[in-house]
Design a protein around this ligand. Structure first.
Ligand code: CO8
Length: 257
């Protein structure tokens, strides 16, 4: 692949976007490589958590590639929008938690890719924005849908209609990111969060993600039904038997071997 590096170590796959001359902005080629990378990591039984980050110290993803969008008409824009949205769906529906390690600008489509990830951790220099309106556009990879669900409608309207950048600290205050750390600690912190997930049952993690993701779009009663069904289904798995037996026998559970 030309723009993506994947490193798999201790059950953590790190996907790094490397198109630094254009601040890791996404054209169709990068989107296709990201799709392939996520599919590879999701289907690899050795991978339990996926980290997504950008190469360099300046940008996570500075958005969709503006230069390639300039040449688009309505049909091309629809195709480009759908390809980006498909990628966000693959990320969001990943059965393995995806952590965005946001190491700089997360703008437009870059913020939207981050929103599709399950957890966001930012470096102190990170900046977030949905600046599409400044280009006469609106977010097209899920920003109008996922941002209000995460930070609430009022904040999302301000961010999307104002288009201004917000700092990592502001992003933390409104719940857009989970943690803010110095840039040189970003990957360590992200791996630490990944490791706390990895000690737990992979099937339970998968089910929890399904319940949280689907439940966000259900009534409370529908969500509770989904949850209790998933809870009881786990009792048919060896994983639950192992987890319960380990507690009773005062030993650590062995979920991944
Ligand atoms: N696309 C293409 N090239 C970019 C992008 C981008 N999004 N961002 C930066 N670059 C390029 C610059 O053009 C420049 O290249 P060159 O040297 O060849 O001119 C290089 O990266 C370095 O950038 P700057 O010189 O501008 O660096 P600065 O430090 O001065 O500024 C900024 C950094 C503030 C990040 C600035 O580059 C900027 O404002 N970038 C644009 C950010 C933006 O508006 N992003 C949103 C794009 S729209 C979008 O993402 C829509 C998503 C949904 C699509 C749906 C499709 C239908």
């Amino acid at each position: 692949m030309k723009y993506i590096q994947i490193e798999i170590k201790e059950h953590i796959a790190t996907i790094t976007i490397d198109r630094q001359h254009a601040l890791n902005s996404l054209n169709s080629e990068v989107i296709a490589e990201m799709k392939e990378s996520f599919e590879t990591c999701i289907s690899d039984s050795n991978v339990g958590v996926i980290l997504l980050t950008g190469a360099g110290e300046k940008a996570f993803i500075a958005g969709a590639d503006i230069k390639s969008m300039q040449k688009m008409g309505k049909i091309e824009a629809l195709m480009f929008g759908k390809r980006g949205q498909d990628l966000t769906r693959i990320i969001e529906h990943s059965p393995k938690p995806v952590i965005a390690a946001v190491n700089g600008f997360a703008l437009g489509g870059g913020c939207e890719i981050g929103l599709a990830c399950h957890i966001r951790i930012a470096s102190e220099n990170a900046k977030f924005a949905q600046p599409e309106v400044q280009l006469g556009l609106i977010p097209g990879w899920g920003g109008t849908q996922r941002l209000p669900r995460l930070v609430g409608q009022g904040k999302a309207v301000e961010i999307i209609t104002g288009g201004e950048m917000i700092s990592a600290k502001e992003a933390l205050d409104i719940g857009l990111v989970n943690h803010v750390v110095p840039l040189d600690k970003l990957l360590d912190k992200s791996r630490q969060v990944a490791q706390s997930i990895l000690k737990n049952g992979p099937e339970a993690i998968r089910m929890a993600l399904v319940c949280i993701n689907q439940g966000m779009n259900m009534t409370l009663d529908q969500g509770l039904d989904l949850e209790v069904k998933a809870f009881s289904d786990l009792f048919g798995t060896g994983e639950t038997k192992e987890g319960l037996a380990a507690f009773v026998n005062k030993r650590k559970p062995n979920f991944r071997n």
